[in-house]
Design a protein around this ligand. Structure first.
Ligand code: 5GP
Length: 131
């Protein structure tokens, strides 16, 4: 069965899109640790990020770097953190999280955002994307 992220890629489930290439998609996490928390995923459905072939892995990291730089320019934060977990969704993804304290990296305290805030955040980040 298709993962929830494949359904997002296919447009069957909506997302707040931040960036897209032929091979990768970035969109806001629906239950963010902090405003601007973004997920970067390969369009190919592979569970574990370290099972990607070397080229795809390198390209996912390069794509994530571009998105992280855009987040840093548009979301006030001390720095952008990168995390790989994957315990919830079995489709490789990189979490990019605007960090102001360790709390933002802990996946425990979550930020509630309105759909308007999600939309504005995605738009702000995407305006700084430069491939
Ligand atoms: P992980 O698999 O790395 O443990 O966590 C998966 C992440 O995906 C979680 O932070 C969760 O909030 C996010 N997530 C799960 N389902 C959806 C969804 O349908 N849309 C979006 N945008 N994010 C999701």
């Amino acid at each position: 069965m298709a993962t929830i992220f494949t359904k997002i890629i296919n447009g069957d489930i909506p997302c707040y899109k931040v960036a897209e290439t032929d091979d990768f998609l970035a969109f806001l996490d629906i239950n963010p640790n902090a405003k601007g928390h973004t997920l970067c995923i390969p369009k190919v459905e592979i569970d574990k990020v370290f099972d990607l072939d070397k080229e795809s892995y390198k390209n996912l990291m390069e794509f994530s770097r571009t998105v992280a730089i855009a987040i840093q320019k548009s979301v006030p934060c001390k720095r952008v953190g990168m995390t790989v977990i994957g315990l919830e969704v079995p489709h490789a993804h990189v979490h990019l999280i605007p960090l102001n304290s360790m709390e933002d990296a802990r996946f425990i305290s979550k930020e509630k955002l309105t759909s308007g805030a999600f939309e504005a955040t995605a738009k702000a980040i995407s305006s700084h994307i430069n491939f």
